[in-house]
Design a protein around this ligand. Structure first.
Ligand code: GTP
Length: 445
C-alpha cells in the first residue's frame, strides 16, 4: 500500500480519536502531536506540518459537527480533509491532443515514466508517440525504444546526435499526426547549470502544454530545491511522484509540490508500464489511512431505504427478536457483503467478530429464512428461546425446510444476539444508536 509507515502512524492517531471518551482540547492536542510526528518522520516540511496542525486544532475545537456526525467522526473528518488539502488537488491533465515534456534528475524514473505515461494515453484511445531528447545518458535511447516497442508505441530518437533541442524539433516534425507527444529529456546527477539551460532550450522548441517534473518519492528535503529550480526554468504544470510502491516516505516530494504551488498529476506505483495512476487526493489519503472508500459506504448506506424500521430502543434493552434479525439481515444484504462494509468503516469495524456465515447475507439465504420464519408463531418469532426440538420439527414440516436449516437460523440469531450484547458492553461510550443507524439509516432512534 502507498506510504505504509506514514499511513500506519496516522491511523494510530485516528484510532485514539475514535476510541476517546471525550473530545476535548487535551485529546486534540495529543492526536495532533502524533500526526505531527508521523508527518515529520515521512519528510513533510516543518512549516507545512505546523500549518496543518494549527488548522486541525482550531477547526476541531471551534467548528460544530455536521448533522448526524458525532464529535469523534467530526474530528476524524477534519484530519482527513486537511490531509487532502496538504497534498492538494490532482493536476488536471485533459485527455486531448497535446505535447508533454518530462523533466527531472537522473534516476528519478523519467525514462520508465515516459513509457508508462504513453501507455496511459494510448489506453485512453489517443494516438501517442514518444520522443527521446535525452542525448546525455548513453543507454537512454535503447531503454526508451525497447519500452515503447514493447507497448506498440511510436518511438522517435536519433542515436549519436547530442543536440537535444534539434532532436526534439525533428521528433515533433516526425510525429505530427499523433495526439499525444511525450518528450523525454536528460537528467543529471545533481542540479547543474547546463541541465537547466538544456531544459530551457528544449522548452523553447517544444512549447509543451504540460511540463511534468518527475520526482522520486524517496527524496527528502532536496525535493523542494529541485522543484523550485525546474519550476523557474520551465514553469512546471504538474509533478509525477515515482516509486511510491516502495517503502519511501514520500513527504519530501509532496511538500515540494505544495511549496511550488503545483500539483501532483500521476503517481508511479511499480516498474511495469501499467504501474502509473492518476493522482486523486481523496482516494490517495483514504487509501493511505486505510479508511477504505468512505464515500462509497455513505452512498450505499443511503440506498438502504427506510421501510425496515428497527426498534433500536428495544435492541438496546436487550430484546432482539427473529424479526429484528431478519430486518438487520435484509439491511446488510442491501448494503453488500458485511465484511466489505466493516472494512469501509473508518475505525475498521465495530470491534466484534462474526463467523463467515453471518457475514454472507446472500439473497438466497434470506429467502430460505423467510420461508422458515413464515411457519413460526408470533410468540416464537418474538422469543426464539421457546423453540424446542418438537417445535423445530413442526416448523420444518410446515416450511418444507430441513430441521438443520431451522437450527441454522436459530444459531445465527444467537450469534448475532451475542455480538450485539458484546457491542453494548464493549463499545463503552460509543453511541450505540448511531452505530445501529449506520447499519440501517432508516432505523428509529
Ligand atoms: N518500484 C518502482 N520503480 C520505478 C518506478 N519508476 C521507475 N522505477 C525504476 O527506477 C529506476 C530508474 O528509472 P529510469 O526511468 O531508468 O530513470 P531516469 O530518471 O529515466 O534516468 P535518466 O534517464 O538518466 O534521467 C529503474 O530501475 C525503474 O525501473 C516506480 O514507480 N516504482
Amino acid at each position: 500500500m502507498v506510504l505504509d509507515n506514514l499511513g500506519g502512524s496516522l491511523r494510530n492517531a485516528l484510532k485514539k480519536i475514535a476510541s476517546a471518551n471525550k473530545i476535548d482540547k487535551a485529546l486534540v492536542d495529543e492526536a495532533v502531536r502524533e500526526i505531527q510526528r508521523a508527518l515529520l518522520q515521512a519528510d513533510v516540511n516543518v512549516k507545512l506540518v505546523m500549518q496543518l496542525s494549527n488548522t486541525i486544532k482550531s477547526r476541531a475545537l471551534d467548528e460544530k459537527p455536521a448533522p448526524g456526525m458525532n464529535p469523534r467522526e467530526h474530528v476524524i473528518n477534519i484530519v482527513y480533509q486537511e490531509l487532502i488539502n496538504l497534498v492538494g488537488r490532482g493536476a488536471d491533465i485533459p485527455l486531448k491532443k497535446q505535447n508533454i515534456m518530462l523533466v527531472g534528475l537522473q534516476g528519478s524514473g523519467k525514462t520508465t515514466t515516459a513509457a508508462k505515461l504513453a501507455t496511459f494515453f494510448q489506453r485512453k484511445g489517443l494516438r501517442t508517440a514518444v520522443i527521446c531528447a535525452d542525448t546525455f545518458r548513453a543507454g537512454a535511447y535503447d531503454q526508451l525504444k525497447a519500452l515503447c516497442e514493447k507497448q506498440g508505441i511510436f518511438f522517435y530518437g536519433e542515436k549519436g546526435n547530442t543536440d537535444a533541442p534539434a532532436v526534439a524539433r525533428n521528433g515533433l516534425e516526425a510525429t505530427k499526426k499523433y495526439d499525444i507527444r511525450i518528450v523525454d529529456t536528460a537528467g543529471r546527477h545533481a542540479l547543474e547549470g547546463d541541465l537547466i539551460q538544456e531544459m530551457k532550450d528544449i522548452h523553447a522548441v517544444v512549447n509543451a502544454d504540460q511540463k511534468l517534473l518527475v520526482m522520486d518519492a524517496a527524496l527528502g528535503q532536496q525535493a523542494s530545491e529541485q522543484a523550485k529550480a525546474f519550476n523557474e526554468a520551465v514553469n512546471i504544470t504538474g509533478v509525477i511522484i515515482t516509486k511510491l510502491d516502495g517503502t519511501a516516505k514520500g513527504g519530501g516530494a509532496l511538500s515540494a509540490v505544495a511549496e511550488t504551488k503545483t500539483s501532483v498529476a500521476f503517481i508511479g506505483v511499480g516498474e511495469t508500464p501499467a504501474d502509473l495512476e492518476r493522482f486523486e487526493a481523496d482516494r490517495f489519503i483514504s487509501r493511505m489511512l486505510g479508511m477504505g472508500d468512505i464515500k462509497t459506504l455513505i452512498e450505499r448506506a443511503q440506498e438502504v431505504q427506510t421501510e425496515q424500521e428497527v426498534d433500536v430502543e428495544s435492541l438496546m434493552r436487550g430484546k432482539f427478536t427473529l424479526k429484528d434479525m431478519y430486518q438487520q439481515m435484509e439491511a446488510m444484504n442491501k448494503l453488500g457483503p458485511l465484511k466489505q462494509i466493516m472494512q469501509m468503516l473508518p475505525m475498521g469495524g465495530l470491534g466484534f467478530e462474526l463467523s463467515d456465515k453471518e457475514y454472507q447475507m446472500t439473497k438466497d439465504r434470506l429467502d430460505k429464512y423467510r420461508v422458515v420464519m413464515d411457519s413460526m408463531t408470533a410468540a416464537e418469532l418474538d422469543d426464539p428461546k421457546i423453540i424446542t426440538a418438537s417445535r423445530i420439527k413442526r416448523i420444518s414440516q410446515g416450511s418444507g425446510a430441513s430441521p438443520d436449516l431451522v437450527r441454522e437460523l436459530l444459531k445465527s440469531h444467537q450469534a448475532m444476539q451475542k455480538a450485539l450484547k458484546g457491542m453494548r458492553g464493549g463499545m463503552g461510550k460509543m453511541n450505540m444508536k448511531r452505530m445501529m443507524k449506520r447499519f440501517n439509516p432508516g432505523a428509529k432512534t
